[in-house]
Design a binder for this molecule. Structure first.
Ligand code: GCO
Ligand code: MG
Length: 426
């Protein structure tokens, strides 16, 4: 006798009826108000006027990210409830059989952040309220002081200090290494950056220059101000450990990207030789890359670039993990993250006990025109927006005035080589 096999029908939790407005349209916009290419995502819903804005910015691959959103993730989202963010996140991250990667995660981040914006607006609450509520009244940020020599750098440090900054990142120019500007990208600056990277990178003078720089900075400003530095993965592993140890006496708030992702196992050695706090993660392209470093307490600050790991959803999960392991957040916030992305970071900072520091930029007027509500720095701090959602909008008409530079404009990282002609890390 033929036996009847009962096949259970799988249906999404919302199939019986959506609990939140459905997504009706997903669009992407390219803009570059200060010359840096930014990708903005807009999500519209079945509720008139209820829309969300997301940031999917990566200055090197904006067009690829836009294609993933327009061609794959956007159509996948249409018709689904805007409120079931985690469900969509899971679905979207499994939708390509070969998962993850910076481009896919960036595209997903743009959508994810826009969905949180919608959720907040639908609830008439700022996003940090949805994350558990505010645990601090303001969010301190660090300033970026750079100089060609000690005098220029110390001058820049004083200017930040006078404007209320309590945390200052110090970078000095050495042959083949610029100061990793985050603020602007005028044609002049881009040219200078390209010229700097055309000079061969010789690792030898750099560590000594950094030690001398901090000796001069501490002598000039004492120990009241927190100081930071970004190595930008330039050193071989053992030189990075040695540099970190030599910097111990200057009591840095953190040393950033001392080791490249391919050398991250070396953090075990770093811990045994240096007490300088380590900040890592802006080049990681998935939340999982953080796990071994956080769970073994090998790093002190997780420098999450929200766009590259899939948005606010995985960032919040990592924030909880950081809290459990005593690691702090230092969310990546340079000029190549849009004000929408910055706002998303500040909502996490405002609601997380794991908060350490926020990287930020002072947005010029033109950015505030294109992104009404762009987070502003006052006295070295961000206030926490109380507007529903993220609190930042995108003015489509204003944004359209600033077209993207040609695709290879921001590819200058790959220009850097060592004296023997081999390619150097950025
Ligand atoms: C930082 C970073 C940036 C990156 C940039 C790459 O710490 O702010 O290192 O300046 O270099 O985001 O596009
Ligand atoms: Mg960095």
């Amino acid at each position: 006798m033929k036996q009847e096999v009962k096949v259970p029908k799988a249906s999404a939790p919302w199939a019986a009826g959506a609990s939140s407005p459905r997504v009706t349209k997903v669009s992407t916009f390219l803009t570059a108000p200060v010359g840096i290419p930014l990708v903005v995502v807009k999500i519209e819903t079945s509720e008139a006027g209820l829309i969300g804005w997301g940031c999917a910015s990566d200055p090197q691959r904006p067009l690829a990210i836009r294609t993933v959103i327009d061609t794959y993730l956007g159509p996948l989202l249409i018709g689904r409830p805007s409120g079931d963010i985690d469900d969509f996140h899971h679905l979207a991250s499994l939708s390509p059989y070969w998962r993850g990667g910076a481009i896919e995660n960036n595209a997903l981040a743009g959508i994810d952040v826009a969905l949180w914006d919608i959720k907040g607006k639908a609830a008439a609450m700022p996003v940090h309220q949805l994350l558990g509520g505010q645990v601090r009244t303001y969010v301190p940020v660090y300033g970026h002081a750079g100089g060609r020599d000690h005098a220029e750098l110390i001058d820049a440090v004083h200017r930040y200090k006078d404007r209320g900054y309590e945390y200052i990142r110090c970078q000095i120019e050495v042959s083949g290494a610029d100061t990793y500007g985050v603020s602007g990208s005028s044609d002049d600056k881009l040219l200078a950056q390209k010229q700097a990277r055309a000079i061969p990178w010789t690792p030898r003078p750099y560590p000594a220059a950094v030690v001398q720089m901090f000796a001069a900075v501490r002598e000039a400003i004492g120990f009241d101000i927190e100081i930071l530095h970004d190595v930008h993965e330039r050193l071989d592993a053992v030189s990075a450990v040695r540099l970190s140890r030599e910097l111990d006496e200057f009591r840095l708030f953190f040393l950033e990207d001392a080791l490249a992702p391919e050398d991250s196992e070396w953090y075990h050695h770093m811990r045994q030789h240096s007490t300088t706090p380590q900040a890592v993660g802006e080049v990681y392209s998935g939340a999982r890359e953080f796990l071994p470093l956080i769970s073994a307490r090998l790093i002190d600050f997780a420098r999450i670039r929200m766009c590259s790991i899939g948005g606010l959803t995985p960032t919040v999960k990592l924030a909880h993990l950081c809290e459990a392991f005593g690691v702090r957040l230092a969310i990546h916030g340079p000029g190549d993250v849009s004000p929408i992305g910055h706002a998303a970071g500040i909502h996490v900072d405002a609601s997380s006990r794991a908060f350490g520091i926020q990287e930020s930029v002072e947005f010029p007027e033109v950015m505030c025109e294109v992104f009404p509500g762009a987070p502003l720095v006052m006295n070295g701090r961000h206030l926490v927006s109380q507007a529903p959602g993220l609190g930042v909008e995108y003015d489509e008409r204003a944004g359209a005035r600033y077209t993207h530079p040609s695709p290879l404009t921001f590819d200058s990282w790959a220009l850097l080589r060592r004296e023997d002609g081999s390619v150097a890390r950025p």
